[in-house]
Design a protein around this ligand. Structure first.
Ligand code: GLY
Length: 343
């Protein structure tokens, strides 16, 4: 019997596995193909500000707490330039989109989140590749990014080095696992009867001459698009959002809309090489916040439902769930995210 069985070897499962192993616990991760889910499709925005939404203030607080843990998390994993702190620029083109930009900026200001309203010229001074059609922007200097593929690979290496065992088998009933505690981190594939649903998100991966530095988010005709540049020249363009069950096939229409909107904001991307089109399943929940804590079976702990923020929330999820595993007590920070809130 092991101390902790983790079901799911994505970024959340491995982050918890690593933290538990470093606290001296025996840990086994059960997953037939670690990293085959949303973790390696995600763009990797660490964006508590530009992902903040009205009515989700508890989630924003958790996201800010996790962002504060990110520098040490990245250093511990040796991520190097797979974690960058270049900030995010939110931009708008026409009159209606600028009104939405102002609304979002006002909301960030009311929450006390660092963001600065810019003219189109000021936005282009920060990111010269922006279209001359960009008429306004908001700079969120604290919204960063990490490469989820390099993160997942680094977590695998760190878990192996810390003695985590890997069991390459699918689990259908977590309560049957022979462990003191079982932590279920299966993302959109719910095994616990929780209200988690799959939300299809499509992203494109381009490659170009590494001219872009900031993450750029565009509001284009009322739609959202984001462009996340890596220091090595990879550029991730995302993301669609649709409910199609467990279908992960990418759609031509989604690719068309993403490219059209991204090129409206950054026309130079038209010359970049199109490398990859993929879709993943965000684990959506009724209030868009993760589900973290003990289930009806006190031996079984949920760490799922991270929806649009799995990469960002990995370090804080790992800290809080490991504290619960080690002490048997639920940290107060878990209260807003407890599975009981849906009863
Ligand atoms: N966090 C961005 C997305 O889910 O598309």
């Amino acid at each position: 019997m092991t101390d902790v069985a983790i079901v799911g070897g994505g970024v959340i499962g491995l982050s918890i596995a690593l933290r538990c192993a470093k606290r001296g616990l025996g840990v086994a991760v059960h997953d037939p193909a670690p990293g085959s889910g949303a973790s390696t499709v995600a763009a990797g925005m660490l964006a508590p500000v530009t992902e903040a939404h009205y009515g989700e203030e508890a989630l924003t607080s958790l996201a800010l707490a996790s962002l504060a843990l990110w520098p040490a998390f990245a250093a511990e994993l040796g991520l190097g330039d797979a974690y960058t702190e270049h900030g995010t620029l939110l931009v708008a083109l026409d009159h209606g989109d600028r009104a939405e930009l102002d609304r979002q900026h006002g909301f960030y200001a009311r929450l006390g989140l660092a963001s600065h309203r810019l003219t189109g010229g000021e936005a282009r001074a920060l990111e010269p590749l922006l279209s001359t059609r960009v008429r306004g922007g908001v700079h969120a200097p604290g919204d960063h990014q990490a490469d989820p593929r390099r993160l997942h690979a680094a977590l695998l290496d760190a878990c192996r080095a810390a003695g985590v065992a890997f069991v390459p088998a699918a689990v259908t009933d977590p309560s049957t696992l022979d462990a003191d505690r079982v932590v279920v981190c299966t993302g959109a594939r719910d095994l616990l009867g929780l209200p988690v649903r799959p939300v299809h998100g499509q992203v494109l991966r381009l490659r170009g001459p590494a001219e872009l530095r900031l993450t750029v988010r565009g509001i284009v005709g009322g739609r959202s698009v984001y462009v996340v540049p890596r220091p090595d020249g990879e550029v991730v363009v995302g993301a669609s959002s649709a409910e199609r069950g467990f279908d992960t096939a990418p759609r031509a229409g989604d690719a068309y809309e993403l490219l059209r909107d991204a090129l409206d904001v950054l026309p130079e991307l038209a010359e970049y090489e199109l490398r990859e089109v993929r879709a993943g399943l965000r684990p959506g929940t009724p209030d868009n916040a993760p589900i973290l804590g003990r289930t009806a079976d006190p031996r079984v702990i949920a760490a799922t439902g991270h929806y649009r923020n799995g990469v960002l929330l990995a370090p804080v999820t790992a800290e809080l769930i490991t504290a619960l595993v080690v002490t048997g007590e639920e940290p107060s920070a878990l209260q807003p995210f407890h599975p009981r809130r849906f009863q």
